[in-house]
Design a protein around this ligand. Sequence first.
Ligand code: ZN
Length: 308
Amino acid sequence: MIIHNFLFHRVHPERDPLWDPMDPALFEKCIKRISNQFDVVRIEDYVLEKESYRHQKIATIQFDDGYKDNLYYAAPIMEKYNVKASLYVVTDCIDHNVPTWTHILEHLFLHTRVLKFDTALIFLPNEYRFQHFGSKKEQLDFAQRLKAYLKTIDHLSRSEVMNSIEQQYHDVELPELMMDWNDIRQLSNAGHYIGSHTQTHAMLGTIKEHQLIKNELVNSQKRIENELGYIPLSISYPVGSYNKEVIELSKQAGYKLGLAVKQYTYDPETDNDFEIPRIELYNEAWWKTKLRISNQLELIKKRIGYRK
Ligand SMILES: [Zn+2]
């Protein structure tokens, strides 16, 4: 049996050059096609009662981060096609209405009028410490390199760099994109599942200290319990980052499933419930999206791999 887990982030009609949300018209096409081809269930219901879904062709719909447009644009379309999704929220981002750190980084570099980057953080390689930019393009190219680099370092160092960026580019206001708890309660009451996407969107696989991983897992769980009245069963690992220790600590914290981002289908016979793969869908041409939904891209890639 093969389960198709589809992952979305933002759904919004306005284009964004940095990180384009999915257009609501494309989102509707996706939901229409997915609900035609599959029985759509919530991943939590499936994992808890696999036996009862044995003879169905199953897909799940999931959203990461907790954007307000999920409520305004995605939820009405899901209601129209009568599908229920799972949404994974970053509790600090919800509490303070600030985006995730990758989004903050890109937004600040794009909008600041300060054409240099100058930090005293000595653990950073020199190429990331002192930069004067001749153009906005140079600055944005640097932002992409810095973001890629920050994904490779530990959580505490990354937080220091983010603080330094926010201090230097304080001429920019952060966009208010996130849902609040009332929004989230509405989705929960409508039958969607709310799970954890950690407390701060930390990349769990990069954290060395047990206690800090635990904090991310447990604090987000408690926050959701306080607001919604139940302990979430699912953890979606930010940026798909996890390791054996993260899985172990997730189990200890009481989670029943962990969600990765691997762009392939989930085979419950062979895939671990704490490494469940998801196929991300983007704002791209419909023919490509169709290939992703029917899993053709994966099959094509496999075939190419076999030929090598
Ligand atoms: Zn995320």
